[in-house]
Write a protein that binds this ligand. Sequence first.
Ligand SMILES: [Zn+2]
Length: 155
Amino acid sequence: MLKYVAGAKPCKKLPTTERKSTNDYEKTRKRDFQGKWLNIYPWLKYENNVMYCSVCRVQSMKTKQHESLAFVKGTYNFKLESVKQHDDSIVHKRYIDIGEAKSQPSCKSKAAEALRTLHESQHNSLAIKFRTAHALAKTHMSFRTFSTICVLDEA
Ligand SMILES: [Zn+2]
């Protein structure tokens, strides 16, 4: 580009020790919790100078799983990117689904609705399959025999 502009010269670069790299800026940058994140992410809570996910914290306490996650324990890593990553995480999405399913009355759940739409013969057939699967599990038998036993049940 400079060769096309008459009289233009490249600027003098500072020695690398005097230049502040992006990494240096990120290391020394002081981050604060942004209150506007609460409007974007309704599950996000901020208490005692840490932010956490209210949904994951409750579900984690119930299941005794994922208790060491940053958004369960609470984190002061106030980066929007970390909030976004948590929002997209598999654990968070699963806990959101569990929370929504438990907040609905059981008669309005998707499973209850599916059961209502089944015909009586389908319902009985499904009940037999569940009993077979239960019996296999209780007797520690291989699940490979499940389809064979189901064929025998239909006969
Ligand atoms: Zn979460």
